[in-house]
Design a protein around this ligand. Structure first.
Ligand code: SF4
Ligand code: SF4
Length: 423
């Protein structure tokens, strides 16, 4: 198994937090402040899967409290149950103690990973996430493998499973091999309104290119020149949620965008956005600038949509999948509905059971393939039952996981693609 829960790390948080709520600003309670009220239990996807108390946020918060308090009484099974968490953060949305579960989980992971040695496969995965040029060198081999006809016999041989590559190989799809341009200018016939930068992160540039192209087309049509800085890299979410330091990645991204003199830093994947909004790296001026200028592409387009821009009509029935990162962290799902209503005649509905995670969960689809598959199967059932012509999702990871192994005609698309097709 590609075990992302098996990492070592370079530094650890001591998990300390101010126990008394401040009168203003966000409050992150200690895990020990959980009231055990149980309001979070039924919202948790792993409780939905296993129906046992050990797989609930309430139990996990207790485990986290023990870890952060240096309590040695956390057993192997209890740790495994903590790590079964898909990190959807749905529990945060219902907690009367305002438990900041995601932050506490990351602190506990950082503390745990002090003694863990990463597997060679996990280290390789992390290096590829960190190093853009190494990724670029590997991508032609991915394409070659997919076109070679080797996939079927290799899967049948069982070798992939033995090497722990089965879950990763099942997800692989053809990347775009050509890098993106640095600048996408506005056409002369369109009134220039400004200059913005696009965050593409680590994988989206190559594995989610149609969405990046659709986003740029829309921004250009609204009059915005789009800059895609070569120096940007992964947002750091994968490292942080696995207890590894992400500060250098944050600082590199802040520096890359700060240097551009743009009026907004725009992201199209809500999973990256959730991490970017929590950036605290860089010195106070640059990190303050980054936070102030960061915006979700759906929100940006909505705020800057010209009154005279009409899209082609469509009577498509569209079901909206609301990614956990968008629903529980960014809390801006409504921007997708409002933006898609720019298409005259479109019928929109929320996908049933939208609060249930699709199973992707960053690297969860690799580290816990069986749990992830059960959650994906439930999501696909909801999609099939919706009767919609198309399902949209504003997160690259969710779309990537839901589309894996599916025929092209039934693919989940980003809302930007529906909009860009109708300009
Ligand atoms: S809802 Fe919050 S306070 Fe209640 S059991 Fe869950 S984590 Fe604890
Ligand atoms: S983050 Fe999601 S999976 Fe983890 S405990 Fe909370 S609700 Fe359950």
């Amino acid at each position: 198994m590609f075990d992302f829960q098996d990492f070592g790390f370079d530094s650890a948080s001591d998990g300390s937090a101010d126990a008394s709520p401040p009168s203003t600003g966000p409050y992150i309670p200690e895990a020990s402040e959980c009231m055990r009220c149980g309001m979070c239990v039924s919202t948790c996807p792993t409780f939905r899967l296993f129906q046992v108390d050990e797989q609930t946020p309430r139990r996990r918060v207790r485990t986290i409290a023990k870890i952060l308090a240096d309590d040695a009484g956390v057993g192997v099974e209890e740790l495994a149950q903590l790590n079964d968490c898909v990190q959807c953060r749905t529990c945060e949305t219902v907690c009367p103690s305002r438990m900041s579960y995601g932050t506490l989980f990351d602190r506990a992971q950082a503390k745990l990973r002090a003694t863990a040695r990463p597997s060679w496969l996990a280290r390789l995965g992390l290096r590829l996430i960190e190093r853009k040029h190494a990724r670029a060198l590997l991508l032609p081999f991915v394409t070659l493998y997919l076109r070679s006809g080797l996939q079927k016999p290799l899967r049948a041989s069982g070798l992939l499973a033995k090497l722990g590559l089965g879950a990763a190989e099942a997800l692989v799809c053809e990347p775009s091999l050509v890098g993106m341009a640095g600048i996408y200018p506005v056409e002369r016939r369109i009134k220039y309104r400004g200059r913005v930068a696009l965050f593409t992160g680590c994988l989206a540039e190559h594995f989610d290119r149609p969405v990046q192209v659709a986003g740029i087309k829309l921004l250009n049509r609204l009059g915005y020149e789009v800059v895609v800085p070569e120096e940007q890299g992964c947002c750091g979410a994968i490292h942080q949620h696995n207890g590894l330091p992400a500060e250098s990645m944050m600082e590199a991204n802040i520096a890359a965008f700060y240097a551009l003199e743009v009026e907004a830093v725009i992201y199209s994947a809500s999973g990256c956005g959730a991490m970017l909004t929590e950036y605290q790296g860089g010195d106070s001026e640059t990190s303050g600038w980054f936070t102030k200028h960061l915006i979700d592409i759906n929100e940006f387009l909505l705020a800057h949509w010209p009154e005279d821009l009409q899209l082609a009509a469509s009577n498509l029935n569209v079901a909206v999948h609301e990614p956990c990162s968008q629903r529980n962290v960014l809390k801006n799902s409504q921007s997708v509905y409002a933006l898609l209503r720019k298409i005259p005649g479109v019928n929109l509905e929320a996908l049933a059971d939208n609060q249930l995670c699709c199973g992707a969960g960053g690297t969860y689809m690799l580290s816990h393939p069986e749990n992830a598959e059960s959650l994906r199967a439930a999501k696909r059932l909801a999609m099939a039952g919706s009767g919609a012509d198309v399902v949209v999702s504003a997160n690259f990871g969710c779309g990537f996981y839901l589309n894996a192994g599916q025929p092209a005609g039934s693919r989940v698309v980003h809302p930007l693609q529906l909009l860009a097709d109708r300009i």
